[in-house]
Design a protein around this ligand. Structure first.
Ligand code: NAG
Ligand code: NAG
Length: 227
């Protein structure tokens, strides 16, 4: 079970949020009616009947560990850390959104590796940072001024073959459908982690010792019922 949690500073104590960096004050992005039609096709159960509320880009690392020096063993998952940016607000009014969605995560990942992420995001109008995401073995938190989503993984499907495989060809992580645990606010019901770039762990611990990070980027498309 993986938990994703988006929460506000006001709910800091209630949800034990870890806020990795000071958050800029900001209001929630508006609804995303026109972008909803551009949801990338995939094999996950569709968001039919739900309303697209937020589309957030996450850029960071997936963190893994190899213990015991056994080359044949599989790395364990210890967590993930990412910065979150509002891409939905801009894409919703961009006439070229359709062609930008798919390459966006890979571009962000490459830009980040060259220390040019801020410049890339700014040039595209995606530079509104919504907060931080922290995932440990036992709990996951997206800390943002809004929205709040606490969701559990329900369905997974492999990323498309054309997905950006990562800076060292690690492979794009699976696409996921995650559903509300009953604790979300801002009306979030279902979150799709899609358009993944990189982030996959190696098949074995061969040549690895201790913990290591695999850079990744992904888009979180967040849905809810009618407002
Ligand atoms: C996670 O939870 C398990 C069982 O509840 C516990 O044994 C383990 O120490 C926890 N791990 C961390 C990193 O807190
Ligand atoms: C998605 O997950 C739900 C709940 O785990 C399951 O009932 C359903 O069969 C899954 N659907 C697909 C298409 O995998």
């Amino acid at each position: 079970m993986r938990l994703f949690q988006f929460c506000s500073l006001a709910l800091y104590l209630r949800f034990l949020c870890v806020v990795a960096a000071p958050l800029e004050a900001s209001s929630c992005p508006a609804g995303l009616g026109s972008l909803a039609a551009k949801y990338p096709p995939n094999a996950l159960p569709s968001p039919e009947g739900l309303h697209l509320k937020f589309v957030v880009l996450g850029v960071g690392t997936q963190n893994y560990i190899c213990v015991g020096g056994d080359d044949a063993s599989e790395p364990g998952t210890i967590g993930a850390v990412a910065q979150l940016y509002d891409i939905g607000t801009r894409l919703n009014t961009d006439p070229h959104a359709q062609s930008k969605i798919s390459p966006l995560s890979g571009r962000a990942l490459v830009s980040a590796s060259k220390h040019r992420l801020e410049g890339y995001l700014k040039s595209e109008g995606y530079d509104r940072r919504l907060g931080s995401h922290f995932f440990s073995q036992n709990r996951t938190q997206h800390s943002t001024p809004c929205p709040i989503a606490v969701v559990t993984k329900k369905n997974a499907t492999d990323a498309p073959k054309a997905a950006f495989p990562g800076l060292a060809g690690e492979g794009a992580m699976q696409w996921l459908r995650l559903v509300d645990d009953g604790m979300s606010v801002d009306g979030i019901d279902t979150v799709y982690r899609i358009e993944t770039a990189g982030g996959s762990k190696p098949a074995s611990c061969k040549g690895r010792k201790g913990d290591f990070e695999v850079p990744y980027a992904a888009q979180y498309w967040m849905y809810g019922g009618a407002a």
